[in-house]
Write a protein that binds this ligand. Sequence first.
Ligand code: FPP
Length: 222
Amino acid sequence: MDGNGRWAQQRGLPRLAGHEQGSKSIRQCVEACMESGVEFLTLYAFSSENWKRPELEVRGLMLLLERFLNEKVEEMLKEGVRLRAIGRLDDLPNACRKKLDEVIAATAGNSRLHVILALSYSGRGEIEDAVRSIARDAASGSLAPADITPDLISSRLYTAGIPDPDLLIRTSGEMRISNFLLWQLSYTEIHVTKKLWPDFTKSDFADALAEFAVRHRRFGGV
Ligand code: FPP
């Protein structure tokens, strides 16, 4: 969800005002998903690298996340949204983690739309954790090297059981992956828009889907 800082800067506002406005774009995308039948939406809300930001910004983002969870839980329950999270969730402040676990548990029975928050997430960290879990089983003798297949690796990632993304939407014109879902994005279609995340609307989401719909996906074939 890139471009919150630039959106704020353009208006002479503090960066946190950009993040606050950015959290409103989430609702637009959730509505767009529900209207078009998209079942999985993953939002890169906070990367492992984002901990390096000024303490005030990090604290503000954590408070924003907590507020978002508090304010949206009723609506998620009503609309059939299941909240999930991927990343090193133990890094989150206690209050945030507790609220997150609560909302995840409360919405666990829903399946209309899975909203997956990537928090303290990095693709390399995820692969590192998966390799460690596989190595542990190999060392204990419960897993043979020949058992290590792409499906086995997928099943050890934070996203186990979640399909690989069909479409990656990158806002604010950035042309890089930024350590996001490195394994899962192998054959994902990429849509880059110059729009800053806080300006990203339902209709921008619909445009991205329309462009995706006419792509010819070959998955390495002809
Ligand atoms: C990247 O933009 C955005 C973030 C690091 C935070 C994204 C968080 C939210 C949209 C809201 C909080 C999350 C939830 C789930 C309520 P940037 O700050 O790098 O922008 P810039 O590239 O313009 O500086």
